[in-house]
Design a protein around this ligand. Structure first.
Ligand code: NDP
Length: 263
């Protein structure tokens, strides 16, 4: 399915080597964009980029190994994108992971680490790519979580930091208007990343992935009765970044199978 026209456009996806980020990279390439992706693990990124180049052409893919928490590396990445592609129409701030801990089990260091990841993974790429985004009258799409509005006590610092990110994005959407639109997706449970890892660590190894995910969806009370796919999250991201969403800013789409309980 390829519904968004990204011909002539350039997209940057942080955390593009796996899960939702990778699904987004693939969809944007399918929709005609040239795409730059980054992640920390250079070997995995290299393997992923080789497949993307094979499938979509060498000239349409740029991959850089870096952490989005390192300002100089992020600035260098933005300069590389400028040199190679000459523009940036869409920045997808996706890099990151959740942290499972309660108030009792979260150390001060954990709080600092989590807040640094959640806030600076938005701030540093947004700042570095802003001049190009402004020139292109482009968009930022942040990958955030339902936890921002619906906190879970077993993910106390992630939930709290995610709420801060939504607040930050609202301010950004006002400050950067009218040149740059800023929106987010609020994910529920998407069957990638952390859930793949938790499935691999399951106690009873005889339980299939399908059965484990179905039991999890039932336990969590997901109305659509299953976890989402990375591709389903990617579609919401691609829509918000597209010209079709040209009058949408400071907004969010929840991709949670109905798990969101707020109105
Ligand atoms: P994955 O673990 O599959 O992918 C995460 C990606 O981010 C990888 O490419 C990883 O590569 C990269 N990454 C992590 N930290 C950094 C960093 N500091 N700098 C650059 N790249 C980084 O996770 P998902 O696809 O499941 O999750 C994507 C995003 O969605 C995350 O921010 C996650 O917190 C969020 N989310 C996911 C949910 C879900 O149910 N899956 C629910 C709610 C939110 P590398 O390790 O090589 O750096």
């Amino acid at each position: 399915m390829n519904r968004y026209d990204y011909n002539g456009q350039v997209a940057v996806v942080t955390g593009g080597s796996s899960g939702i980020g990778l699904a987004t990279v693939k969809l944007l390439l399918d929709c005609g964009a040239r795409v730059a992706l980054c992640a920390r693990n250079a070997d995995r990124l290299k393997d992923v980029a080789a497949v993307l180049r094979r499938d979509h052409g060498d000239d349409r893919v740029l991959a850089s190994a870096l952490s989005v928490l390192e300002p100089e590396a992020v600035n260098t990445f933005a300069a590389e994108v400028g040199d190679r592609f000459g523009r940036c129409d869409l920045l997808v701030n996706n890099a990151g992971q959740g942290r499972q801990s309660t108030f009792a089990t979260t150390s001060d260091e954990d709080w600092r680490t989590e807040y640094e990841l959640k806030i600076f993974s938005q701030v540093l790429p947004a700042r570095a790519f802003l001049p190009m985004l402004r020139d292109a009258r482009g968009a930022i799409v942040a990958v955030n979580s339902l936890l921002a509005y619906q906190p879970e006590p077993h993910m106390v610092c992630t939930s709290s930091a995610r709420a801060g990110v939504q607040n930050l994005l609202k301010s950004l959407s006002i400050e950067l208007a009218p040149e740059v639109r800023v929106n987010s997706v609020l994910l529920g449970l998407i069957g990638s990343g952390q859930w793949t890892r938790r499935f691999a660590d399951r106690e009873d190894k005889s339980v299939s992935r399908e059965a484990w995910y179905a039991a999890l969806a039932k336990d969590k009370g997901i109305p659509l009765g299953r976890l989402g796919d990375a591709e389903e999250a990617a579609h919401a991201i691609a829509f918000l970044g597209s010209r079709g969403a040209s009058y949408i800013t400071g907004s969010q789409i929840d991709v949670s199978g109905g798990l969101a309980r707020f109105i």
